[in-house]
Design a protein around this ligand. Structure first.
Ligand SMILES: NC(=O)c1ccc[n+]([C@@H]2O[C@H](COP(=O)([O-])OP(=O)(O)OC[C@H]3O[C@@H](n4cnc5c(N)ncnc54)[C@H](OP(=O)(O)O)[C@@H]3O)[C@@H](O)[C@H]2O)c1
Length: 311
């Protein structure tokens, strides 16, 4: 797998004509076009420290780590440079393939739930919330969504999930107690089969939905966190603040922090959280992984492996 050079505040080298794809693991977040120099690699990394920058004492060569290089990318290479403050030690119980799925996707899932006011029980499994919330996760079969479902369920909340028909069983197995096919009329309206009104929506589906779809299915003070906010979403959010609306849309761009990555790695280590891998590709076939990720039809994460056998 990757060897990762951990340096403080150094950028990854950018040299090729690639738009930054998603490193060893890929999430749709990199679909946003980059204006800077194009980088041969992505955002999520897993590997081994080979060299430390001046003043970095939290790691040593040989340490197994995961890291996030956002927004510069640089992950599709045998060596990458990552900031020590965005690098976390990977426990031996968590494989590099599992670990690399954490930075953007799992941290975004966690941040979205917290932003929506949903308590997530990270450290003490016995500590469930006094009042469980009704949580909807859209695109629950995707990279962010499959973590959001698990984290919400772990917090003792009621979870409704939307996904394609082929993944209804998967999202139920991850903890959703209601699953909706987004291609059916009821799924398109986000209607809970049991009539739940949602206190929180983690909207992961890349396609934006008009506020008129969310409003009728929200509880009185329901919050929708949109992780792919477009212009209309931002304007809607501003207007809602200006008019003191109780139902709210919150655009969110998450920047993963080391502490959050460590917490989530700990949950993987304990077996409380699991990663769903859509597919693994050797570096020579990275374009295939990239295309799968960009298709918007991956189930979980797409992983590129450096050093894996060529097909
Ligand atoms: N704000 C942030 O910090 C942040 C961080 C990470 C990602 N993101 C963004 O989050 C979005 C989600 O990315 P992702 O990688 O997690 O997932 P993704 O790749 O977009 O999700 C793919 C999965 O979602 C299903 N799906 C597609 N459209 C759907 C819909 N309208 N309703 C329900 N399910 C649907 C697909 O099922 P079928 O194949 O059956 O159609 C597929 O299994 C992307 O737009 C990405 O840019 C934002």
């Amino acid at each position: 797998m990757w060897r990762c050079r951990s340096r403080r505040r150094r950028k990854a080298r950018c040299s090729s004509g690639w738009r930054p794809p998603a490193s060893t693991s890929s999430t749709g977040s990199s679909r946003t076009a980059s204006r800077g120099p194009s980088c041969p690699g992505g955002f999520d990394l897993a590997g081994e420290v080979v060299e430390l920058g001046a003043g970095v004492s939290s790691f040593k060569p040989g340490d197994k780590v995961i890291a996030i290089n956002f927004p510069n990318g640089g992950g599709l290479a045998e060596y990458a440079v990552a900031s020590a403050s965005r690098t976390a030690a990977r426990p031996p119980e968590v494989s590099a393939v599992e670990g690399v799925c954490v930075p953007i996707a799992a941290v975004t899932a966690l941040g979205s739930l917290r932003t929506a006011g949903v308590t997530v029980t990270l450290d003490d499994p016995a500590r469930a919330p006094a009042t469980p919330k009704n949580v909807l996760v859209t695109a629950a079969s995707g990279a962010v969504g499959h973590f959001a479902v698990q984290l919400a369920r772990m917090g003792g909340h009621n979870v409704t999930a939307t996904c394609g028909a082929r993944n209804l069983g998967l999202v139920r197995s991850l903890g959703a107690d209601e699953a909706l096919d987004y291609k059916t009329p009821e799924g398109a309206k986000l209607r809970s089969p049991s009539g739940r009104k949602y206190d929180a929506v983690v909207h992961c589906a890349a396609k934006g939905l008009p506020w008129s779809v969310f409003r009728p299915v929200l509880a009185a003070s329901g919050t929708v966190v949109d992780i792919t906010p477009g212009f209309v979403a931002v304007v809607t959010a501003i207007l809602q603040v200006a008019t003191f609306s109780k139902k709210r849309l919150v655009p969110l761009i998450v920047t993963p922090k080391k502490e959050e990555m460590e917490l989530l790695l700990g949950m993987l280590k304990q077996g409380r959280l699991k990663t769903v891998i859509d597919s693994r590709h050797p570096l020579g076939s990275a374009h295939e992984g990239w295309a799968k990720s960009m298709s918007g039809h991956a189930t979980g994460k797409v992983v590129i492996e450096i050093g894996a056998a060529q097909p």
